[in-house]
Design a protein around this ligand. Structure first.
Ligand SMILES: [Zn+2]
Length: 439
């Protein structure tokens, strides 16, 4: 990039846009959104020149070069500069040069790829690590010995994720602790997800995106934890909902008058839950409750219940592995089916009515599956705290928000809020809260 900027400055060109496609993963389908955008900009006459470090950045296959050349020729773009020598596409030999370079590059990389692939598979099958590139987080430079401090961080992250903390919260925690990636960068939700779902962490050897056997290194977390992390963090439903929640009881409160869900409806800057009424809402608008005191009340009740004996009985014991697996598979199948269904509808193979009917049935099943999955996995959130409610109470305010939500959800199914006996009265009337406990 620096070389290209310097070249633009040397020529006195104004840089209108920098098109960068980072190679995110070796296994991802190689779409290049910035490159595609550049072609559109060239075709529509918004750009009159291109500076590129080397022709091999412009295309990976000869066919791609042809497309690039076509676009430039049609749009009258002639200034295509490579730092390894100018190529004037308007001239016959410029194009020939570019094509030759492309053909040579393609041929070289094919042969290299074939040789490399054979060797890589051989190494993978022996369980030895891939060398070259930055070392993986949690391991020393030999890619086999554990990096003690980083391995401890991974174990901590795994336990927290399985206990219901969100990726956002985990990434924030890493940032606050000053933990950096191997490249010295701050952690993001997607890099935390990649880390925790990488089978390398539980001693598996991955080759071209597939686990192909046991690795020569010791696992950092158990295979059981790893499999649960994959199901939890790669659940498609989770990816779409990343917004931070400020209301502890969102989704868990019902209106005592009409039975609809209560939503966050702050008033005069004070957090409040309420029954919403309006064109898009089916509520009655008859029940409101301030969040602060209600959340404190519910949290106390949750912590109290964590000390009770029957709670212990229900929650002790690890989640049923088989059941979790079956549920996760069903959720994935239903999600995929919804996508397929939309395609069938888009092709006009079915009517709107047929689409709606089928969609509703799949969605009902999907939601039931998600609820059951949440119940199973949320048990981890409280398993540590059974019989230690007092201790948890002391720590409660210091817990991250998502951790608090996970703990409340593990214990409380929902609470119905009755209308205020004396409207406008200050303080919380406990008789207004009818809690439906899971246990
Ligand atoms: Zn209502």
């Amino acid at each position: 990039m620096d070389d290209c900027r310097a070249e633009a400055a040397r020529r006195g060109w104004t840089v209108a846009e920098e098109y960068v496609d980072d190679d995110v993963s070796a296994y991802s389908a190689k779409t290049r959104p910035a490159y595609e955008r550049m072609l559109v900009d060239l075709a529509e006459g918004r750009r009159d020149g291109v500076i590129v470090w080397h022709m091999d950045r412009l295309h990976r296959r000869p066919a791609e070069l042809e497309r690039f050349v076509d676009t430039c020729t049609t749009a009258g773009v002639r200034d295509v500069v490579t730092l390894s020598g100018d190529i004037d596409l308007a001239k016959g030999d410029g194009l020939l040069m570019a094509r030759l370079l492309a053909a040579v590059a393609a041929n070289e990389s094919d042969a290299k790829r074939r040789r490399g692939a054979r060797k890589a598979l051989e190494i993978a099958e022996s369980g030895r690590p891939v060398m070259g590139g930055p070392r993986p987080f949690g391991f020393e430079g030999d890619r086999v010995s554990h990096h003690p401090a980083e391995a401890a961080v991974i174990r901590d992250l795994a336990a927290r994720a399985l206990a219901g903390e969100t990726l956002t919260s985990l990434a924030t925690w890493l940032q606050n602790e000053g933990v950096r990636t191997v490249g010295g960068k701050e952690w993001r939700t997607n890099t935390v997800r990649q880390l925790l779902t990488n089978p390398r962490m539980w001693g598996m050897r991955v080759h071209r995106g597939q686990v192909i056997g046991t690795a020569t290194w010791e696992p950092i977390i158990t295979a059981d934890q790893g499999e649960r992390l994959r199901r939890l963090l790669l659940d498609p439903a989770r990816r779409t909902n990343r917004t931070a929640r400020r209301y502890l009881l969102t989704g868990m409160l019902r209106c005592g008058k009409c039975g609809n869900r209560l939503y966050s409806m702050p008033k005069n800057g004070k957090r409040r839950y309420g029954c919403a009424m309006g064109p898009d809402q089916r509520g009655c608008g008859g029940v409101f409750i301030y969040a602060e005191m209600l959340e404190g009340f519910i949290a106390d009740a949750v912590l109290y219940r964590l000390d009770s004996a029957d709670m212990h009985q229900v929650i002790s014991g690890a989640p049923d592995e088989e059941q979790t697996r079956v549920l996760a598979d069903a959720i994935q199948a239903d999600t995929a089916q919804l996508v397929d269904l939309a395609k069938v509808y888009a092709d006009r193979s079915i009517s709107t009515q047929e689409w709606l009917t089928a969609r509703d049935r799949i969605q009902t099943r999907l939601e039931a599956g998600r609820r059951a999955f949440a119940l199973l996995t949320h048990r981890d959130a409280v398993a540590d705290y059974i019989g230690r409610g007092d201790e948890l109470r002391a720590q409660w305010d210091g817990l991250t928000f998502s951790r608090q939500v996970a703990i409340v959800k593990a214990v409380l199914n929902q609470a119905t809020i009755l209308p205020a006996a004396v409207p406008g009265r200050h303080g919380l009337d406990p008789n207004r809260v009818l809690a439906d406990w899971r246990v």
